[in-house]
Design a protein around this ligand. Structure first.
Ligand code: URP
Ligand code: ZN
Ligand code: ZN
Length: 480
C-alpha cells in the first residue's frame, strides 16, 4: 500500500519546507521534491501543512474517581484525539493500593495495575503508551519498579499532594527518583502542597464555603511553586531528570528556569487550560466545568506560561484530559448507544466532591494553533515541538513518533491552515456534554489524519476503529 502526499509544506520542530511524502505500508519511506511512485494513491496537499501526528503526553481515560469514572475511555478518547490531530497518547496507570483486591499482596501492585490498564486499552484506536503512578512506596514497590522497563514503561508519576491518597512523602519521592535514575527512567511530578491544601479545605468547609471557586482558593499557587523547586532540588541532588506535569503558575516557570540555569535536568509541561482560563471561570454559575487539579490561576500566570513556551523554558503541551459530564444525570447518545456517566453534578453542594478534570485531548492542537501560533506566542515549529516532537523525545518514542523522516511511523496530519471553525461541543468528539472553548473562532484545523499509513480521519469522517491502536513500548528518553 503506497500513498504519495504531494505539494504540501512540511512543518517539523526544526524547519519548514516544501516536499512530497511517500508512505509505504506503515512507514514514511521518502521525503523530497517531485517524488513519483508507481501505483501510489496520490493525495494533493497543495496549500496545506504536513505535520507529524500529535503526541499527547498526559491523558486519563476510564479513570475511576469520586465514585464515578472519567467519561472518555480508551476508544472514545482516542477517536476525539485523532479528530484534533493527535495520533499517540500516554495514559496514567493507577497503582492499586496494597489493600486492593487486585493486589497480589507480595508485590508493589505495579504489575496488577498495568495488567488492568492493558485490558482497558484493548479497544485503543490510536497508538498509546503508559506512565505508572507511584502512590505508595515501600521495599516491595522499590523492588518492582525496575520491572516496568521490560514492560516498556519508563516513567513514574509522583504527587506532593492528595495526602493519604496519592501523595508520597519527600523521602519516598527521593528514593523513587534514585531508583528511576539507576534504571534509565524519568520521574514526573504533580507539584502542590498537600498539607496546606488539607488545612485550607477543612477550614473552607467548616465555614460554609462550598462553591467551585473554593477549589482554587484552597490550592495555593505558592504551594505549587515551592514544591516545583523542592522536586527540582531532589533531581539536582541525584543528578536525575525530572518532568513537572501540568505547570499552572508563573512562579513554577521561574523555578524551572532557575533550576535549568543551574544545570538541573528539569523539564516542564503546561496545558492549554492554564494558558487561557483563570479562577474567574470557577466563579461562574457553571464553574464546576473548570474544576481540575491544579486549578486555574490568574491572567499574570497565563502570560508567564506563554512566555515560558515562547522562550523555551517549557518543553511540552499536554492536555491532562480527564473528561466528566457537567450534568451526568442526562443520558446522551454516543455512536448510537445511550450512555449516562455521573459527572460534575456529584459536587453540586460541595466542591470537594466535584470530579477533578477537564476535556481537552481533541482541543489541544486546534486551539494552540489559532491562539498560540496565529496569536504570535509561538512559531509553527515550536507548535510541532511542544505538541508532537518533544513529548516523543522526552518519553523515548523518537524518531518513531513525532518526526517527519524516512523510517518514522506514517502518523501524519494534513493541516488546513485556513480552515475556519466555530468550535464547541458540537464539533468535538470528546464524550462529554460541554467544551471549554465553546464558540471560539478557530482558523486552522486537521483535514486528514493518518495513523501508521492508514487514513483514520477524513474531514468529518471517522475511518478508524477500536483495536487499531498499538501499545508502544518505550525506552529511555532524552533530557531536553
Ligand atoms: O484534575 C485533574 N487533573 N485530574 C487528573 C489527575 C491529575 O492530577 O493529573
Ligand atoms: Zn497531576
Ligand atoms: Zn493528570
Amino acid at each position: 500500500m503506497k500513498i504519495l502526499i504531494k505539494n504540501g509544506t512540511l512543518v517539523t520542530a526544526f524547519e519548514t519546507f516544501q516536499a512530497d511524502v511517500l508512505i509505504e505500508d506503515e512507514k514514511i519511506t521518502r521525503i523530497g521534491l517531485n517524488l513519483e511512485a508507481d501505483s501510489a494513491q496520490v493525495v494533493n496537499a497543495s496549500g496545506k501543512l504536513i505535520l507529524p501526528g500529535g503526541v499527547d503526553p498526559h491523558t486519563h481515560f476510564d479513570l475511576p474517581m469520586f465514585g464515578t469514572v472519567s467519561s472518555d475511555d480508551h476508544y472514545t478518547g482516542h477517536k476525539a484525539a485523532a479528530f484534533g490531530g493527535t495520533t499517540t497518547v500516554m495514559d496514567f496507570v493507577p497503582q492499586p493500593p496494597p489493600s486492593s483486591p487486585i493486589s497480589s499482596g507480595n508485590g508493589g501492585g505495579i504489575k496488577e495495575g498495568v495488567d488492568l490498564w492493558m485490558e482497558k486499552a484493548a479497544k485503543a484506536a490510536i497508538d498509546y503508551s503508559f506512565h505508572m503512578n507511584l502512590t505508595h512506596f515501600d521495599e516491595n514497590v522499590a523492588k518492582e519498579i525496575p520491572s516496568l522497563r521490560e514492560m516498556g514503561i519508563t516513567t513514574l508519576k509522583v504527587f506532593t499532594a492528595y495526602n493519604g491518597k496519592l501523595r508520597l512523602d519527600d523521602g519516598g519521592i527521593f528514593k523513587a527518583m534514585r531508583i528511576a535514575k539507576e534504571n534509565g527512567m524519568l520521574v514526573m511530578a504533580h507539584c502542590e502542597n498537600g498539607d496546606i491544601i488539607d488545612t485550607l479545605v477543612a477550614e473552607a468547609l467548616s465555614t460554609g464555603h462550598t462553591t467551585p471557586e473554593w477549589h482554587a482558593r484552597t490550592r495555593p499557587a505558592w504551594g505549587a511553586v515551592e514544591s516545583t523547586l523542592r522536586v527540582a532540588g531532589m533531581a539536582a541532588e541525584i543528578d536525575a531528570p525530572v518532568y513537572i506535569v501540568h505547570m499552572n503558575v508563573g512562579g513554577e516557570v521561574d523555578m524551572l528556569k532557575y533550576a535549568r540555569e543551574r544545570g538541573v535536568k528539569a523539564m516542564g509541561e503546561t496545558c492549554p487550560q492554564y494558558l487561557f482560563f483563570t479562577i474567574d471561570h470557577l466563579r461562574r454559575a457553571d464553574g464546576a466545568k473548570w474544576i481540575c487539579s491544579p486549578p486555574m490561576r490568574t491572567e499574570k500566570d497565563n502570560a508567564r506560561l506563554w512566555e515560558g513556551l515562547h522562550d523555551g523554558t517549557l518543553q511540552t503541551v499536554g492536555t491532562d484530559h480527564c473528561a466528566f459530564y457537567f450534568d451526568g444525570t442526562q443520558p446522551v447518545i454516543y455512536e448510537g448507544r445511550e450512555i449516562a456517566i455521573a459527572g460534575k453534578e456529584l459536587g453540586r453542594d460541595d466542591f470537594t466532591k466535584i470530579p477533578n478534570g477537564l476535556p481537552g485531548v481533541q482541543d489541544r492542537m486546534p486551539v494552540m494553533w489559532t491562539y498560540g501560533v496565529r496569536a504570535g506566542h509561538i512559531t509553527p515549529n515550536q507548535f510541532v515541538a511542544y505538541n508532537c516532537t518533544n513529548p516523543a523525545r522526552i518519553f523515548g518514542l523518537y524518531p518513531r513518533k513525532g518526526a517527519l523522516t524516512p523510517g518514522a511511523d506514517a502518523d501524519i496530519v494534513i493541516w488546513d491552515p485556513e480552515k475556519k471553525v466555530k468550535y464547541g461541543v458540537a464539533q468535538s468528539h470528546q464524550r462529554t456534554d460541554y467544551n471549554l472553548y465553546e464558540g471560539w473562532e478557530l482558523t486552522g484545523y486537521p483535514e486528514k489524519v493518518f495513523l501508521r499509513g492508514k487514513l483514520i480521519v477524513d474531514g468529518e469522517q471517522w475511518l478508524g476503529k477500536s483495536g487499531d491502536g498499538q501499545f508502544l513500548k518505550r525506552g529511555e528518553g532524552e533530557v531536553l
